[in-house]
Design a protein around this ligand. Sequence first.
Ligand code: PGA
Length: 253
Amino acid sequence: MSVARTPLVAGNWKMHKTVTEAEEFIQGLLPRVSTSEGVEVAICPAFTALQAMVDSTRGSRVQVFAQTMHQAGHGAFTGEVSAAMLTELDVHGVILGHSERRELFGETDKALALKVPAALEAGLVPILCVGETDEERERGDTERKLRHQIQEGLSKVQAAEIPRVVIAYEPIWAIGTGKVASVEQAQEAAGFIRALVADRSAEQAEHVRVLYGGSVKAQNARELLALPDVDGALVGGASLEAESFAAIVAAAG
Ligand code: PGA
């Protein structure tokens, strides 16, 4: 029996939007997504705008996610935030292992193996990002890379908790490049990721949401979101304007 998974469309703002700009955006977004049934909507602002966005979205259908967090509960980690600091703000979840965190800030699979269970334990929904570089795809190493990232990322997650994890397949060559994966590539990778999760627990894998990310726009969202193993999108550039983000949400509904 196939399991119905509620699609999730999450906007990763990266290092964009001050509090003032975020407030302006949310006033434009809320009326545009108020009627989108059957889809979860999330924005992922910078730390500085989290509290304002939680307050401004209260009672709406829009969830607020952070873009990263540290695995430890507290400690001498200058510049970092813990899961408890996020849940105290009423943040719903957190992106973990985005390729920019991995490439530019040295986030490792070893740290992610601790971050995913730490987020779950705090009651946050983790979006674990995985994906291959251009060279890895050319070399035929896509599956090996995904296998390693998924196995490490889920290694310390209890089987019963697996359905709460969201996995975002984000081919690095498609992020911010305007080069979107073909529907065949996106489905193949998302299906492969689900099969990897099934190695841990076949039953739980049916519940895990696998998002696609990488140059998702209003124009290509519908075909990507219709794929059998794609349960939503992680959107960068096109999430910065309320109109284009709402159009992607509408394509998922
Ligand atoms: P993009 O970014 O939509 O701008 O390609 C996606 C992401 O980095 O999550």
